[in-house]
Design a protein around this ligand. Structure first.
Ligand SMILES: [Zn+2]
Length: 375
């Protein structure tokens, strides 16, 4: 039986190209993970998500534990069967969304008690409970339960938060136990403080994980500050294990993160933007609701091979968006996910061929050119 393994095929500067092997399939890195919050990537069939080139999806523990509940999903055969996605799934620990979505939270060393944002019912999460839920879901890559330190945080507040997350990381490791074929990732915290990031990395390495995430970024600090942290934080983590930057990001965030040694990322942006008419292309962001598209027979991007670009005009995509037809979200989400996966493939090829600098130059110059001229 295939266990969890990670191997690097090539490096170019700090950028890395590799592959994670797992029983449910391989994950080519750098990898972008579409977000399937409530056991669905909104507006997409799972086979369509796979067709865009995604090797792995992210599921949200917080949402699934509240509805339909982890117990129900387990009874129905696990999350893969439930949502008809048989490639690997990574689940977050629930901690981040408890903080951002629930009300009446009570946090202690033991864990956090909160009220559901759906019906006000009372729930509890702790390292042990989070590991139990992620096991019931059947998640292939399980994340440690941690506290995502809010930004900005005073140095002392961040230190206390990070140290509690490290104690929770130890408890997560113990509760996860020995599960061949499944992986547990630790999460580095420490906000924007390099000494705290270093202490966190040392503690995580001492505990020992299958992969290491960088948490506490993409929480409002801005790209420049995030890149400042990414200039050193990935180097503190083991080079022979995957490094996952949580919740990132826009296409230029992703390219910048890969350039700094990140292997995995996830973000709701391509799917969420697809439903609000925001389209990511080689030439930057296109707003399909803009009136300039209403008579435009050209595709969004003539080089894109996704169904939205192959078979439909800007005029049609503009029309169905304005008419609030469901196909609008379907086509634009497909295009955005396709664009993100093409970007990842482009980076994987460039790193393998030792031309990642040139890739970045082309990426940024095409974006600077902007969208094609209106007709
Ligand atoms: Zn397209």
């Amino acid at each position: 039986m295939t266990q969890f393994s990670f191997s690097l095929n090539a490096t170019d500067g700090k950028a890395r190209q590799g592959v994670i092997q797992m029983p449910r399939g391989e994950i080519r890195t750098p990898a972008f993970m579409p977000v399937g919050t409530a056991a669905t990537v909104k507006a997409m069939l799972p086979e369509s998500v796979a067709a865009t080139g995604a090797d792995i999806l992210l599921g949200n523990t917080y949402h699934l534990m509240l509805r339909p509940t982890a117990e129900r999903i387990e009874r129905l055969g696990g999350l893969h069967k439930f949502m008809n996605w048989y490639k690997p799934i990574l689940t977050d620990s629930g901690g981040f969304q408890v903080m951002s979505l629930s009300s009446l939270r009570k946090m202690s060393e033991e864990g956090v008690t909160f009220k559901s944002h759906i019906d006000g019912s009372k729930h509890h999460l702790s390292p042990e409970r989070s590991m139990e839920i992620q096991r019931m879901l059947g998640s292939d890559i399980v994340m440690c339960f941690d506290e995502c330190t809010p930004f900005p945080a005073e140095e002392k507040v961040s230190l206390e938060s990070m140290r509690m997350s490290m104690r929770w990381a130890e408890r997560s490791r113990a509760a996860f136990g020995d599960r061949p074929g499944y992986a547990l990732f630790g999460i580095q915290q420490g906000s924007i403080f390099s000494e705290q990031r270093a202490e966190s990395a040392e503690k995580l390495k001492e505990i020992g994980f299958d992969g290491y995430a960088i948490g506490g970024l993409a929480v409002g600090e801005g790209q420049a500050t995030m890149f400042d942290v990414l200039d050193y934080a990935p180097d503190m983590l083991p080079a022979d294990k995957p490094r996952y930057l949580m919740g990132v990001g826009k296409p230029d965030d992703i390219v910048g993160a890969v350039a700094r040694g990140i292997d995995m990322m996830d973000c709701v942006l391509p799917s969420r933007s697809g439903r609000t008419g925001q389209v990511f292309t080689r030439h930057g962001v296109v707003n399909i609701k803009n009136a300039r598209h209403q008579d435009d027979p050209r595709p969004l991007d003539e080089e894109c091979t996704c169904p939205a670009c192959s078979n439909y005009s800007r005029a049609y995509l503009h029309h169905v968006f304005r008419a609030q037809e469901m196909i609008s979200g379907m086509l634009l989400t497909w295009h955005n996910l396709h664009y993100y996966q093409e970007l990842m493939q482009g980076m994987r090829d460039a790193i393998q061929e030792n031309r990642f600098d040139a890739f970045q130059k082309t990426f940024f110059s095409q974006r600077t050119e902007g969208d094609i001229e209106p007709l």
